[in-house]
Design a protein around this ligand. Structure first.
Ligand SMILES: Cc1ncc(COP(=O)(O)O)c(C=O)c1O
Length: 496
């Protein structure tokens, strides 16, 4: 603390200042003083030593100190007061850094796995880098300067046009470019929709059980109440939905997340009748419909009733979630509210990647990428399902017809925590499913992604699962010393 022009060397002073390349004496002194002010060693109102005294003390020329003081004064850390010299200004103390305990654990935290089949990501190694680079070059060469301004709060028109064609052609959607909003992933589409629904009087959102745990938590912050509706082999049980007060429902009809069930024709009609009857809104999360393997994909629900269904999609599964590119088509007047909210929230999503995606869609690169990855995922799915059938025939495989994952039902007597822990002991990460049922009771199961593992790795993974299963109940224990708790999903990524 320096209340008086100093006698003894102040504790906040650096021990030495030395001319180092890239960091001048002036910079070092400035940083030391800023650090002392922020840390409270030089409190507001304290008089700092005269430039002459400090220069002597530090063994530097007076000009160094004069410059440092001038810069600190210009930045607002010091103030010159007539009569009392230079004093420390009132500055905001730095915001406390989060302690390690408050920082969400990283995806890879916990035991290390040589095989990780937890769902969430597509095969990022398959990202079409060359095609993306070529399209980026094209875009940068031809994009008018004006397109780099605040021109697209609802999305670049080039992408909206391409997407409208694509969704009409591939998903049988009813959509025009003017009616699409480009957002930052499906997550932003869902939060915008639910926020706007809540604002316009919908108090309860119905969701599927099982469903995405993180989505449930995130959306729960935007609406008063969430109710869970069970899913059976035909998809969401609409009769149960009818007995609630909900007038909005979030569903995954093309490939129910996570069970993989496709919503049956009868349920589709029933859902539309329900929406008309309650003047409600169905949010259709079409998150991975590009990947169907054994039969043609079913068209989206929105194409049946654009007045009541909002269609949401993204490239998180088809390309990469890091692009944060998604879209929403909503019934009027919800559409108007959503696009205004999108504009007011962030003035639109980053525009260059939108143009690049549009270019990939125009030149056929996107379709080619989907075809190639679909074949790759199908081979992987086949390898996984075949190995499971051979090694664990009493584990029921569900949802194999599409997507990037399967759901396994464990035979009775086997609990998912024990299986996950025994698998972890063998270096294999898999995820249990019970948490995905929310408040409703769910069977023990596993949720396994085959997207990121080559076929040989999947066969090896199933061998480890079989060994894990054999170890349970034999007194061998899981052998891992790994607490079951640490195998539970910890971050958003672990849930997807
Ligand atoms: C059910 C579901 N919907 C949507 C998504 C995609 O979310 P986003 O587009 O925000 O990455 C995921 C994540 O993988 C998901 O599990």
């Amino acid at each position: 603390m320096v209340d008086q022009p100093h006698r003894r060397r102040a504790s906040w002073l650096p021990a030495t200042l030395s001319d180092r390349p890239g960091r001048t004496l002036r910079q070092q002194l400035r940083e030391a003083m800023k650090g002392a002010i922020r840390a409270g060693h030089l409190p507001a109102g304290a008089t700092v030593p005269s430039s002459r005294a400090l220069a002597e003390d530090l063994g530097v020329s007076r000009g160094v100190v004069v410059d440092a003081y001038a810069q600190l004064t210009a930045e607002g850390f010091l103030t010159t007061r007539a009569g009392s010299g230079t004093v420390v200004s009132q500055v905001a103390l730095p915001v406390a850094r989060p302690t390690p305990a408050t920082v969400a654990p990283a995806f890879a935290e916990g035991p290390s796995y040589s095989i990780d089949l937890r769902p969430g990501l597509p095969d990022l190694g398959a990202f079409p880098r060359a095609a993306w680079m070529a399209a980026t070059r094209d875009v940068l060469r031809s994009l008018p300067d004006e397109e780099l301004g605040y021109v697209a709060p609802w999305g670049a028109m080039a992408l909206r046009k391409e997407l409208a064609d694509y969704l009409t052609r591939v998903r049988a959607a009813m959509v025009e470019a003017d009616h699409l909003v480009i957002v930052s992933g499906a997550t932003q589409a869902l939060t915008l929709l639910v926020r706007m629904l809540a604002k316009s009087g919908h108090e309860v959102l119905a969701i599927e059980s099982p469903s995405n745990v993180v989505q449930r938590q995130v959306l729960g912050r935007h609406i008063s109440r969430i109710v869970e509706i069970p899913v059976d082999d035909e998809g969401i049980d609409v009769s149960k939905l009818e007995s609630t007060v909900a007038s909005a429902v979030l569903i995954t009809p093309a490939h129910q997340y996570p069970s993989g069930v496709v919503l049956s024709p009868a349920r589709r009609s029933a859902l539309i009748r329900w929406a008309e009857g309650v003047n409600g809104v169905v949010i259709e999360d079409d998150y991975d419909s590009e990947f169907r393997y054994d039969r043609r994909p079913v068209g989206c629900l929105q194409g049946l009733d654009p007045q009541h269904v909002a269609l949401v999609g993204s490239v998180s599964k088809s390309l990469a979630p890091g692009l944060r590119l998604g879209w929403v088509v909503a019934p009027l007047p919800l559409y108007e509210r959503v696009r205004t909210a999108k504009r007011d929230d962030d003035f639109g999503s980053p525009v260059l990647s939108q143009h690049v995606l549009a270019r990939l869609m125009t030149n056929g690169g996107y379709d080619r990428h989907i075809r190639r990855t679909r074949r790759r995922y199908m081979d992987r799915r086949d390898a996984l399902v075949t190995a499971l059938g051979q090694q664990l025939p009493d584990w029921e495989v569900r949802g194999r017809a599409g997507g990037l994952h399967v759901m396994l039902r464990l035979p009775s007597g086997l609990d998912e925590e024990s299986v996950c822990a025994a698998a972890a002991a063998r270096g294999l990460a898999v995820q249990g499913t019970r948490a995905m049922y929310g408040a409703l009771p769910g069977p023990d199961g596993l949720f396994i992604s085959y997207a990121r593992a080559p076929t040989g790795v999947l066969t090896e993974a199933v061998q480890r699962l079989a060994a894990a299963r054999s170890s349970i109940g034999t007194g061998e224990g899981n052998g891992s010393g790994v607490a079951v708790q640490s195998l539970r999903p910890a971050t958003a990524l672990d849930y997807f």
